[in-house]
Design a binder for this molecule. Structure first.
Ligand code: ADP
Ligand code: G6P
Length: 433
């Protein structure tokens, strides 16, 4: 081993995506990568993760000064660990049963095997006395396994998604094993105090040390679009009075259908004026039935709304189902009058923070009470996404508010986001660890 590896990040995904570029890889756009890259470079650290495709073995490689250690997953592990236990058992359970979780013993077997692979890779990489930071719900057994193999390392764990109340968590047939896995860490971090309280209520005082560390964005990563681009975009949308925007992974937690239904009701009432809705949606976990159903329902609503209220060459809902380059996202954020962020449940929701950092001063944010971001962005138009009437009220208020009130609220929220970025988040967690 030529490198020191005094700091190791373990996450389900490596911080790179395949490209046609000569190096074959580009940095993935997430804030986590941006936040940890400086720490990794400074401390000659490495990142252990899955390269994002099943059945490919890739040797460790260097990317922009960071050493990457790919963990290979077979097609069966992809199905049982990733699509199965991680995203059909844990994801719906931790998001308060928006859809019913399935629990299958074969998925649990694969979850244990794959967590063991990640723990072995981290144990092999970490220098004596290293700090290892494990990320998210896919890897909850890694702290325990790693501590067994390497009692000399300091292990941190951060859960990016909500932690459910003990009453829901107790459904999980392997609840004790998961709790024991997490208990191997020296510090466990949560997005909201409520998540931390749920965890503490489950493990009691004897569990690992915990803290609340709300994640944030890298403000340099998404820059607001220039005036010319913004004007061009609004022209292309038919120069409407109001541009509304949604930006989400296609996930049933995000409440995309519910916000469209709220818009449809307002169009029926004729109270919205000339409006264009832009819904940018990234494909996600596409082989899972609940994700397919969500996409079908969203696309059906888009078609129905345009059929009822659009004109030829002038739809109401402009719907994209593919990733939009980060460079363009800032133009959408800047062009929007009202941003719609309506998840049923969300650990944080970075889209809300990206919008606030980029948007015009007199733009407005409609935000679900159930997004972690609502704790800091409490001057948004908060709504209950389980109640379409509540989303309608929030949209109506956002569109109709006096400009001065909007500007005060938006500036206050922007100060909150810029005053606590993803670098602060990483520094605070690692400081506590
Ligand atoms: P989640 O982690 O559940 O997907 P977040 O809102 O916290 O939700 O983070 C989503 C990230 O993905 C943000 O950085 C956002 O910019 C990006 N993203 C989401 N949807 C799109 C899209 N349609 N095109 C490009 N980027 C997107
Ligand atoms: C959420 C999770 C992350 C996950 C991301 C994208 O943000 O907290 O752990 O990486 O969604 O999901 P995917 O399944 O594509 O990795």
């Amino acid at each position: 081993m030529t490198r020191d590896n005094a700091f190791v990040v373990v996450a389900n995904r490596l911080p790179v995506d395949r490209t046609a570029a000569p190096s074959g890889w580009q940095a993935s756009p997430g804030g986590l990568v941006a936040a940890l890259a400086p720490v990794l470079r400074e401390r000659s650290g490495c990142w252990v993760g899955w390269p994002g495709e099943p059945d490919v073995e890739i040797a460790p490689f260097e990317f922009e000064g960071i050493s990457l250690r790919p963990v290979a997953l077979s097609a069966r592990e992809f199905e049982d660990f990733y699509e199965g236990f991680s995203n059909s058992s844990l994801w719906p359970l931790y998001h308060d049963l928006i859809v019913a979780p399935s629990y299958e013993a074969a998925w649990w077997e694969a979850y244990q095997e794959v967590n063991r692979k990640f723990a072995d890779a981290a144990a092999a990489a970490a220098a004596p006395g290293a700090t290892v930071w494990v990320q998210d719900y896919q890897l909850q057994l890694v702290p325990g396994l790693l501590k067994q193999a390497r009692p000399d390392v300091t292990v941190g764990f951060f859960l990016h998604i909500p932690f459910p109340s003990p009453d829901l968590f107790r459904q999980l047939p392997w609840r004790d094993e998961i709790t024991r896995g997490l208990a191997g860490c020296d510090l466990i971090g949560f997005q909201r105090e409520e998540d931390e309280r749920n965890f503490r209520a489950l493990v009691g005082p004897s569990g690992p040390r915990s803290g609340t560390f709300p994640i944030s964005i890298d403000p340099q990563a998404i820059r607001p679009g220039g005036q010319e681009d913004v004007e061009t975009l609004r022209e292309r949308l038919g120069a409407p009075e109001t541009v509304m925007l949604g930006v989400d992974r296609m996930d049933y937690t995000k409440g995309i259908l519910q916000r469209l239904l709220a818009v449809e009701c307002l169009l029926e009432q004729g109270t919205l004026g000339r409006v264009a809705v832009v819904q940018l949606t990234t494909p996600s976990r596409e082989r899972i039935e609940h994700y397919q159903q969500t996409r079908r329902e969203v696309e059906e609503a888009v078609g129905r709304i345009n059929g009822r209220f659009g004109e030829v060459g002038r739809p109401i809902v402009h719907y994209i189902h593919r990733p939009v380059p980060k460079a363009e996202l800032g133009t959408y954020y800047r062009a929007a009058d009202v941003m719609l962020v309506t998840p049923f449940k969300d650990g944080m929701n970075l889209v809300a923070k990206e919008f606030v950092s980029c948007c015009a001063d007199d733009a407005a944010l409609v935000l679900s009470e159930f997004a972690g971001a609502a704790v800091e962005l409490d001057r948004a138009h908060l709504c209950n996404p389980f109640d379409v009437g509540s989303i309608q009220e929030a949209i109506t208020a956002a569109v109709g508010d006096h400009r001065d009130a909007r500007v005060d609220d938006m500036r206050a929220m922007r100060r909150a986001v810029l005053g606590h970025d993803v670098f602060d988040w990483a520094r605070e967690f690692l400081g506590a660890l």
